[in-house]
Design a protein around this ligand. Structure first.
Ligand SMILES: NC(=O)c1ccc[n+]([C@@H]2O[C@H](COP(=O)([O-])OP(=O)(O)OC[C@H]3O[C@@H](n4cnc5c(N)ncnc54)[C@H](O)[C@@H]3O)[C@@H](O)[C@H]2O)c1
Length: 387
């Protein structure tokens, strides 16, 4: 069994709970789960969501079923989601500007302690962070990180990661999957501690929509030695994630994780504009993406690629969450602590460890399969030895 705890039961977290349950019941095929047909030794049916943590007053104390049906008006929601409870989280003050938040009236220290008790009660193997994007700094030094968490000046995701590390040290191995841009897996202090304490950290920021496609298109141009002049990529969406990103500081966090793709793939920098551009409510969760790439080809010909698409934002990420829960479990079973580049390079916009390259996803996919082949071989070996 893979026990999963979701941090942030928003659109992505809720879509994951609904879709996973429907796949497990045989109601829908696992389309959108990249490794659905790959044998990891951990099945989709092994995943069990043990709870969610949130700070939205409309969600805390209710169940995943209520959030999916009443708040998001989703259809085909299995009744069994009534068993998934939403527990109160930490750091509500960071999102007070976006929605009414739940307040337990505690000190910061008490907030940390309470969430840690929730971890201990639910005993997750994998914790998946899909909370609202927050700006946060990169931690290289453990003492500084520890101090900022204690003072409440680290980003909420970094505080959750700190509690996950404490849990790994004191209770049991755990995988922490950071799907938001805040530097968690890209903080060397966090990854080093994970290696020492028995945790694995995947991150940062799920690469679902236009970014992986841009990376693959740039690889296509590079392989043909076409010289790229400029890249423009617009993203306009109507979900709360886009609303949150209308805040300049939050958007900066996102922009950083999206832009690194250009130099990493091409090997040289190019004038580019790649960032979430706007919030337009009627678009809902199905964002509008437009892309323009201008490049020079043989004998001075200047050509252009123009892409227009509508992408359902949350289902794209939710499909990845299914894989990452299984991969997290595989990693802790094999004691592969720290972080795993082959996993991050395929699923993340800013693949850890810090300073790692963004690979075209076509290349990253094959590296991931190779990693899985070796990991499952090792697993068989471990099983043989212990038999
Ligand atoms: N395709 C995608 O949807 C995609 C891709 C990459 C990254 N992301 C990132 O994933 C995250 C989730 O996306 P979403 O569309 O579900 O957003 P959302 O706004 O619908 O959900 C975020 C949830 O986090 C909760 N939250 C906020 N602060 C919290 C805290 N401190 N503790 C616990 N819960 C908290 C909110 O109440 C909300 O329920 C965003 O940060 C987004 O940038 C999404």
């Amino acid at each position: 069994m893979v026990k999963v705890l979701i941090l942030g039961l928003g659109m992505a977290g809720t879509t994951f709970t609904v879709g996973l349950e429907r796949i497990k019941r045989g109601e829908i095929p696992p389309y959108g789960v990249p490794l659905a047909d790959v044998d990891l030794g951990v099945e989709i049916s092994d995943i069990e969501i043990v709870g969610a943590i949130d700070v939205d007053v409309r969600k805390v104390g209710s169940t995943a079923y209520e959030v999916a049906t009443k708040l998001y008006g989703m259809e085909h929601v299995p009744q069994s989601l009534d068993e998934i409870r939403v527990y109160p989280g930490l750091g509500a003050k960071y999102v007070k500007d976006l929605f009414p938040t739940h307040d337990e009236g505690e000190s910061w220290e008490e907030e940390l302690e309470r969430v840690y008790e929730t971890f201990k009660k639910l005993r997750p193997d994998v914790i998946i962070d899909v909370t609202t994007t927050q700006e946060g700094k990169t931690y290289v030094d453990w003492a500084e990180y520890e101090e900022d968490v204690a003072r409440g000046t680290a980003a909420p995701s970094q505080a959750y990661a700190f509690l996950a590390l404490k849990y790994a040290r004191e209770e049991a191995p755990v995988a922490y999957v950071n799907l938001i841009p805040t530097p968690v897996a890209n903080s060397p202090a966090i990854v080093d501690a994970a290696r020492d304490f028995g945790a694995v950290i995947f991150g940062d920021d799920g690469a679902t929509g236009a970014t992986p496609l841009t990376a693959d298109l740039l690889e296509h141009l590079k392989e043909r030695n076409r010289k790229v002049y400029s890249i423009a990529q617009f993203n306009i969406g109507g979900n709360t994630d886009f609303l949150a990103l209308t805040d300049e500081r939050r958007n900066r966090a996102k922009e950083g994780t999206k832009s690194s793709v250009v130099k990493d793939v091409l090997g040289y920098d190019v004038p580019h504009y790649i960032k979430p551009t706007g919030f337009l409510e009627p678009l809902g969760d199905k964002k509008f993406v437009a892309m323009h790439i201008m490049f020079e080809s043989f004998n001075g010909a200047v050509d252009e690629i123009i892409v227009n698409m509508r992408i359902s934002d949350s289902p794209a990420l939710a499909g990845y969450m299914v894989d990452l829960a299984r991969l997290g479990k595989l990693a802790i079973e094999l004691e592969l602590y720290g972080t795993i580049y082959e996993v991050n390079a395929f699923y993340m916009k800013k693949p850890a460890p810090l300073g790692s390259k963004n690979l075209p996803r076509i290349v990253a996919y094959h590296k991931l399969l190779e990693f899985i082949r070796k990991a499952t071989e090792r697993r068989e070996l471990v099983e043989e030895v212990s038999a």
